[in-house]
Design a binder for this molecule. Structure first.
Ligand code: XBP
Ligand code: MG
Length: 253
C-alpha cells in the first residue's frame, strides 16, 4: 500500500520559516513607522493565530490605544502585510530558509512513485512560490497537483477548509491521503479534513498539543539527519519516514 497523496503544510513543515517571518514582520513595522517589535516569545504566542494579516490584527486589538487609532491601524494592515511578504521573499532569496530534513527526499520519492503531491497552507501564494522555487528549482511548483494557500478559503486553519480544497483539487478522498504538519492548528485542520496526519514540530511548535496527530516525529529524517531510536521505533525501526513506512502505517488505521 502507498499513500493516495501527500499534502504538505508550508511554514514550519517544508522549512523552519517562522524566524524569517518574525524578522519580516518587524522590518515591515519599521518600514511603516510602527513602533512594534515582536520578540520571539511574543511571536510564539501570536502563532496561535494563523495568517499574517489576522496575526497583525489580533496584535493591534491588544494595544492600549483609542478606538479611532485602532480603526486607522486596521486599514493599514493589508499594506503592512504586503510589505512583510516582500521582505520575507528577500530573506528566502538570500538562501536563509532551507528545507527541513527529509522534505526534498520524500517529495522525490513521491514523484518517483507517482504519488500525487499537494500543498495546504495558511501563508500567501507568493511565499509558497518563493520558498519552493528557491529550494527546489523553477519547475517545482508544477510537481504539486494542488497548491491551496492563504485567503482562498474563508476559514483558515484549524478549520479543515484548506485541506478540503487541496483534496478537491486533487480529486481525491481524504482516506489514504497523508498530511504533514508542524503545528497544533495545522494538525487539527488536517484531522478535521479526515487525513492521516504526521506532525513534525519545530522549536516554535514542539510544546503545543499535537496529540491528535497520528504520528509525531522530530523530522522526516534523511541520510544526513537520521531519526533517533525513539522516533525510529514509531515507524518500524526506519531512520527516515518514506512511502513504505507511511503505507505500513496507513494499513493499520
Ligand atoms: C503558517 C501561518 C502563516 C505564517 C506567516 O502557515 O500561519 O501565517 O506564519 O505567513 P502554514 P503569512 O499553514 O504554512 O503553517 O504572513 O503569509 O500568513
Ligand atoms: Mg505550519
Amino acid at each position: 500500500m502507498k499513500p493516495r497523496a501527500l499534502i504538505f503544510d508550508v511554514d514550519g513543515t517544508l522549512a523552519d520559516t517562522e524566524e524569517a517571518h518574525r524578522r519580516a514582520f518587524n522590518a515591515a513595522f519599521l518600514a511603516h513607522g510602527l513602533a512594534w517589535e515582536w520578540s520571539p516569545s511574543l511571536y510564539g504566542d501570536l502563532l496561535g493565530v494563523t495568517g499574517g494579516k489576522e496575526r497583525i490584527g489580533k496584535y493591534l486589538e491588544s494595544l492600549p490605544v483609542p478606538e479611532a487609532e485602532k480603526a486607522s491601524l486596521r486599514r493599514l494592515v493589508p499594506l503592512v502585510h504586503s510589505t512583510k511578504t516582500r521582505l520575507f521573499a528577500e530573506f528566502v532569496e538570500m538562501g536563509n530558509v532551507p528545507l527541513r530534513p527529509g522534505v526534498a527526499r520524500l517529495i522525490a520519492e513521491a514523484r518517483a512513485a507517482a504519488v500525487p503531491l499537494g500543498i495546504a497552507s495558511t501563508t500567501t501564494p507568493a511565499n509558497v512560490n518563493t520558498l519552493l522555487t528557491r529550494a527546489l528549482g523553477l519547475g517545482a511548483l508544477s510537481w504539486f497537483g494542488a497548491i491551496a494557500t492563504g485567503d482562498v478559503v474563508a476559514n483558515k486553519k484549524p478549520a479543515p477548509d484548506i485541506y478540503r480544497l487541496a483534496l478537491g483539487t486533487l480529486r481525491l478522498p481524504a482516506d489514504g491521503c497523508v498530511a504533514i504538519e508542524d503545528s497544533a492548528l495545522g494538525v487539527r485542520a488536517a484531522k478535521a479534513a479526515g487525513l492521516y496526519t504526521v506532525a513534525v514540530p519545530t522549536r516554535w511548535t514542539v510544546a503545543q498539543d499535537l496529540s491528535v496527530a497520528d504520528l509525531v516525529l522530530p523530522s522526516l529524517g534523511d541520510l544526513q539527519h537520521p531519526l533517533d531510536a525513539a522516533a525510529a521505533a514509531r515507524i518500524g525501526g526506519a531512520t527516515m519516514l518514506g512511502l513504505a513506512q507511511l503505507g505500513a502505517l496507513l494499513a493499520t488505521v
